[in-house]
Design a protein around this ligand. Structure first.
Ligand code: FE2
Ligand code: FE2
Length: 223
């Protein structure tokens, strides 16, 4: 059995309340319009929504928030690079480096700042997940982790050894372990490709690695 099947079988129909169904339909319609110039990006976003919802059901995360975050996470991927950088500057986004260097990371951060005005009915957790889906963060909620993982393993992504490793863990390992494997795999991908590594990612890696070390040691023994 392929690992892709392993991921797909977690996707199940969810009985959403009528108002949630209406909102999901409205958001999906808006995403279809927004991403129409990039059909592959649209297909990816719809696939991430399914995958993220499936992960949410597997790991006890709110499936509605997961589905919505998946639908919206790449909303600003159709914005030209130069415009995205200038919008980030206008919003006062400070990454500690020249924003041109981190342009591929900006679409989630900009969307998380601008989209709450478009969809004010959505909870803050959704925007946080959208914000950190490119960078990750030292503190990742289960929803943040589900979106990060879903973005990396949705079934339309061609299988690579790293992606397959993550897919194999779904449903077998805790979500934080699946996320960690996906996060480290992403860093490896950047390094092996000789791409620019955002310094903030190193800080995030060190924070997450320290937290994992502390967790594996268990609670401190009293004297
Ligand atoms: Fe993205
Ligand atoms: Fe994406």
């Amino acid at each position: 059995m392929s690992d892709r099947t392993n991921v797909e079988k977690t996707v199940r129909a969810v009985a959403y309340a009528p108002e949630q169904q209406d909102l999901l339909a409205r958001i999906e319609s808006a995403v279809r319009v927004q991403l129409a110039p990039k059909p592959k990006r649209l297909a990816h976003s719809l696939s991430v929504a399914d995958c993220c919802e499936g992960l949410a059901l597997t790991y006890g995360v709110d499936p509605f928030c997961a589905r919505v975050a998946g639908l919206l996470h790449d909303w600003d991927k159709v914005v030209p690079a130069g415009e995205l950088v200038s919008r980030a500057r206008d919003l006062g986004i400070d990454m500690g480096v020249d924003l041109e260097l981190v342009e591929p990371l900006l679409h989630g951060i900009v969307a998380a700042r601008e989209l709450p005005d478009v969809f004010p009915e959505l909870p803050r957790e959704v925007w946080r997940a959208v914000e950190v889906h490119t960078t990750a963060a030292a503190a990742m909620s289960p929803l943040d982790q589900a979106l990060f993982v879903a973005d990396g393993i949705e079934p339309l992504r061609p299988a690579t050894p790293g992606i397959q490793t993550v897919r194999e863990l779904v449903g077998k390992a805790p979500l934080e372990e699946v996320f960690w494997t996906s996060f480290v795999g992403g860093i490896t991908y950047v390094l092996e490709g000789g791409r620019y590594l955002y310094p903030g990612t190193i800080d995030t890696y060190n924070s997450l690695a320290a937290a994992r070390r502390n967790a594996s040691r268990g609670p401190a023994k009293s004297a």
